[in-house]
Write a protein that binds this ligand. Structure first.
Ligand code: MN
Length: 338
């Protein structure tokens, strides 16, 4: 069957097919413009566990979605394909998560980790291996002309993808939807921590700006960097809400956020940017945040601004049917607007 024949034969109003494909779609890899790269990784997760199983949970929850999209009714015809979960990564994740947990626990008890330099180095190396794996996968997929959406795992997972984009684009900005700034220069001893992802991406000179939205849990070190690095613009959750209370609308705020972005944009969506009722099992939930449609309106505005979304990721989705249901819906919106 050709792709067109599959589209003609497929009934998007029918029941969600349990065919092992994302959203029950009929497409294979070759026929799909959009590729989902799952990265089952949570080695440096410090609090709630489970986001390494998020991609699988999203895949399983995905057939329950109705495919109709009000703005992009034809979007599903692009073809969306979910790559196989890497068993090597899963094994590496399992092995080093146990080691990292011991180190995190010791620190939480106020113990010194000075004698554990070798163990920490091993964990950093494992995380770097994951980064390289993502970089290589991303390069191959981008060279094949695919639109790539990375699906974490914790928020450390997209670094390799962003590095691959930096080899293709001389300058682009990052739009980060998140409860946390993720600007720590390593966290709990780990260079490639989920809490350091944006610090690490800012090392790339191609990243011309970082626009953070929904941030509401932050440390002084991160705040100092926001004030120092001219590339960073932060729309804090409390400031957005305060303006709302005074009558400034979300659509006015969205306009301002979009205006602060350059022409090429990478979108990094940490699910904990949403209200935690929508992601209760994410690694580090924080009260506050966005309603579902509020976040989608922002993505829609970016997509319709004439600026170009060159890549995106969704991360920190918890391993639970409800979290996966919300995650599958955010992911579908990303597919439609990318
Ligand atoms: Mn994050």
């Amino acid at each position: 069957m050709t792709k067109q024949e599959k589209i003609d034969a497929y009934n998007p109003s029918g029941i969600g097919m349990d065919n092992g494909h994302i959203y029950g779609l009929p497409f294979e890899f070759e026929e799909s413009d959009i590729i989902i790269l799952p990265v089952p990784w949570e080695v440096t997760t410090s609090f709630g566990a489970g986001c390494s199983m998020g991609p699988k949970a999203i895949l399983e929850a995905s057939p329950q979605l109705d495919l109709f999209h009000f703005d992009r009714p034809e979007a599903w015809k692009q073809g969306i394909y979910f790559l196989e979960l890497s068993s090597e990564l899963q094994q590496l994740n399992k092995k080093y998560k146990i080691k990292a947990q011991e180190i995190i626990l010791l620190q939480e008890k106020g113990r010194s980790i000075a004698s554990l330099a070798k163990e920490i180095e091993e964990i950093n190396q494992a995380c770097d291996e994951m980064r390289k794996w993502v970089l290589e996968q991303s390069k191959v997929l981008l060279h094949r002309g695919k639109k790539l959406i990375l699906l974490g795992g914790d928020h450390s997972t997209p670094l390799g993808y962003i590095q691959a984009l930096a080899q293709q684009y001389s300058s682009f900005g990052i739009l980060q939807i998140d409860a946390h700034a993720d600007l720590r220069n390593s966290y709990e001893g780990f260079e490639f921590s989920h809490a350091s992802i944006m610090y690490n991406t800012l090392k790339l000179e191609q990243v011309s700006s970082l626009v953070q939205v929904g941030i509401r849990d932050i440390c002084e070190e991160e705040l100092a960097l926001i004030n120092k690095d001219k590339r960073i613009t932060c729309f804090f959750d409390h400031e957005l809400k305060r303006e709302n209370y005074k009558g400034i609308t979300w659509s006015e705020q969205v306009e301002k956020i979009v205006a602060s972005l350059p022409e090429y944009i990478y979108l990094s969506f940490d699910i904990d940017g949403l209200d935690p009722k929508l992601c209760p099992n994410t690694g580090t939930p924080v009260p506050g945040g966005f309603e579902f449609q509020q976040a989608i309106e922002l993505i829609k505005a970016v997509a319709e601004s004439g600026k170009k979304i060159i890549g995106c990721d969704l991360n920190e989705v918890g391993n639970d049917p409800w979290d996966a249901n919300v995650g599958a819906r955010v992911l579908y919106q990303l597919c439609c607007y990318m």
